[in-house]
Design a protein around this ligand. Sequence first.
Ligand code: PYC
Length: 314
Amino acid sequence: MNGMRKILAVDSHTGGEPTRVIVEGGPELGGGTMAERRDIFRERFDHFRRATVCEPRGNDVMVGALVCEPSDPECAAGVIFFNNVGYLGMCGHGTIGLVSTLAYLGRITMPASGPARLKIETPVGIVNAMLHRDGRVSVKNVPSYRKAKAVSITVPGIGVVTGDVAYGGNWFFLMYDYPGEISLAQAGRLTEYSERIRRAVNEIYPEVDHVELFGPPSHPDAADSKNFVLCPGGAYDRSPCGTGTSAKLACLCSDGKFAPFDTYRQESVTGSVFEGHVEIEDDVIFPIITGSAFINSEATLILNSDDPLCWGMP
Ligand code: PYC
């Protein structure tokens, strides 16, 4: 690369968790499925991921969302999510951020009444989104399920922990009875605790890349539970985590503790809340997550070939 390259991005946050939607200037990934394009992104353009979400332009919490032409003509957009260390299958807070960004850019037409409905293609399947008239966004996620119930694992420095392994668009280990306090003041301790769990869980379930700890909500009238979610790159989710809430709903449904028309409210470690519902079709659980995103900035990222950190911190 010689000289300057410009990338247009819109930044938002969903319950405190940032999403950087790349709207122009992304790599050319061809016309395959979103999973095929994600693989090309990873193999040939990983430097673009680092340049847009890692320091010095981004940070460890930032989630990138590359908007693509969908391969399925029924979809309004395709998207590939990525973070400081790699690629995410789905991203709940990121999809809410993406829909709010498309609305901000005038790319969603509201019908005369009711919500706008759009399909979005992700590497792990099509999700159905609704932009409500008050700006909230609901995402009907990909099928979610529990793979293993009440798995007991010996974690060095902690002891035996028990939890479920479940899929909600990403893979989670869910520990329901975290013995300490879930609060921002404890974020360092929660991160270290979850890292230890992840390392031990990965000996048996290498696919698990997120750890989700649960405790009581701050205000029982405002939420049903509070969580702390460790993401693959070591940052914790500031939002209640859409895919993590989906994994939790799948577990609750499998235990017969949650059914269509019930409402579940998941509070995050920062105090933001997602509302969850489920639809069950032919015994397949589709979680529906509702939240709000707010636009923070429109940015032109400048990649200057003279900059030794042009492609992000090593
Ligand atoms: O909301 O699904 C989510 C998510 C995954 C990683 C960060 N946020």
